[in-house]
Design a protein around this ligand. Sequence first.
Ligand SMILES: O=P(O)(O)OC[C@H]1O[C@@H](O)[C@H](O)[C@@H](O)[C@@H]1O
Length: 268
Amino acid sequence: MSGEKPPVEICKGVNGLEKVVLREVRGSSAEVYLYGGHVTSWKNDHGEELLFLSTKAIFKPPKAIRGGIPICFPQFGSHGNLEQHGFARNRLWSIDTDPPPFPTVSSNKAFVDLIFKPSEDDLKIWPHSYEFRLRITLGPGGDLMLTSRIRNTDGKPFSFTFAYHTYFSVSDISEVRVEGLETLDYLDNLKAKERFTEQGDAITFESEVDKIYLGTPSKIAILDHEKKRTFWYGILGRRRPNPWRILEMMNTSICCVWRLQLLRSPSL
Ligand SMILES: O=P(O)(O)OC[C@H]1O[C@@H](O)[C@H](O)[C@@H](O)[C@@H]1O
């Protein structure tokens, strides 16, 4: 249809930084900055923003963008010698014009392939050769899917930690419940990473919470009572990276796919 916006558009965002806008026919959209390979916006078909982005977010390299979905690589948190959450979130990624084929054929049009390769300076602080490919897809139902494919390029194995550090937009935090983490062990960042066990109830928030759950399930639900909205946050496929588990790479590539799905819950 003439006048219809394209499913993928490359344009300038804040401070002239390049961004890719993905649009689905029913009206949902997502925005991805090449700086950090960072998703900064994900809107449903009513145009409502689903991700939190700080009003203080500085879109200025070398600072990482605060909010959205930062990519933490090759280190999650402070679990290593690198800067907090690694350096991939404050490097300029490129559009990957020749991604290797995906095992599953998808008819989605609203996707973009990005690639990050270490520079000479990056190799000095983390001496491993690799390519990090990231596909970001906006599905027909407005769900957002991130697929990361990391491959060593010199045949030498290395270890890394990784996370999609997703910031969901919620109404009042006291109205939010997280299901799927009950009974798990966690490290409490507010108590010098001491290990505790959840006592079996859905997670609710009365004060600051900063925990790393161990052995997490492949799917959790974030229920926002006030907005009558549920996010399903989960991983597809066989591999289940856990932020805490060190993934070993041997002459091969590792792939993980996370899906963020929004469900309206009339029963709430
Ligand atoms: O401030 P940063 O580096 O973006 O990290 C954000 C948060 O990342 C989390 O993983 C940490 O547990 C928090 O302590 C931290 O505040």
